[in-house]
Design a binder for this molecule. Structure first.
Ligand code: SAH
Length: 211
């Protein structure tokens, strides 16, 4: 998944990382490297490509969005991944967040409700040679119990409450990163500790609803 430094999108990606991500305090080297090298324009519809490195979410069809680059970087950093981590993502969408996770972890399991989006994400990831991602179509709020426990779980759509199946699929010490709320939402990190769960709120966010 490396790209030649002289490819025409390289300057846009470098600028995105410097102005939107480093400037807002993200400093995990693996996350920054992934955000520099993964070409975000390949995950958005043709008509949106010119805007792919801008500081906001973009439409990916079916009423769904690819998250703002900063939010993708923040959620990945909050997950505290290691090269050995196995991660669950709920809401594959375009597959862009999936690709960032795959660059920072050993294996990514990602569930998407809309078959068409999952299929498109699968072909984008395959074209980029990403081979440590497993995609599945279905209700991700149930998690992926056969592959649990995970070292991190990311949910990229907002729920009113934590889907009860997800915290149980964290190993002890692992973190669930999830936007919670309806009219207003906040991003939360829920850590599984030996004696229970700790919940911290991070920043206000705006995601499409978990269905
Ligand atoms: N991570 C994505 C963000 C996509 S938006 C990206 O980088 O592009 C959230 C996605 O969650 C949408 O694709 C939506 O279809 C999906 N989704 C919503 N509810 C879901 C559920 N219960 N299970 C799995 N996916 C869901």
């Amino acid at each position: 998944m490396t790209h030649r430094a002289d490819d025409p999108w390289s300057a846009a990606a470098e600028r995105m990382v410097a102005d939107q991500i480093v400037a807002r305090g993200i400093d995990d080297p693996a996350v920054l490297e992934a955000m520099r090298t993964i070409r975000r324009h390949l995950f958005v519809p043709e008509g949106e490509r010119a805007r792919a490195y801008e500081d906001g979410p973009l439409s990916i069809g079916r009423g769904q969005t690819i998250s703002q680059p900063y939010i993708v970087a923040l959620m990945t950093e909050l997950a505290r991944l290691a090269p050995t981590s196995r991660v669950l993502e709920v809401g594959t969408g375009s597959g862009y967040q999936t690709a960032v996770l795959a660059a920072c972890a050993r294996e990514v399991f990602s569930v998407e409700l809309v078959p068409e989006l999952s299929a498109r994400a699968g072909s984008t990831l395959a074209a980029l040679g990403v081979d440590n991602v497993h995609l599945r179509t279905g209700d991700g709020s149930l998690g992926w119990s056969e592959e649990a426990p995970f070292d991190a779980i990311l949910v990229t759509a907002a729920a009113a409450d934590v889907p009860p199946a997800l915290p149980d699929q964290l190993r002890v010490g692992a973190r669930l990163v999830i936007p919670l709320g309806t009219t207003s939402q906040d991003l939360y990190v829920i850590t599984r500790e030996p004696g229970g769960f700790r919940r911290q709120s991070v920043i206000p966010v705006r995601f499409v609803p978990l269905r």
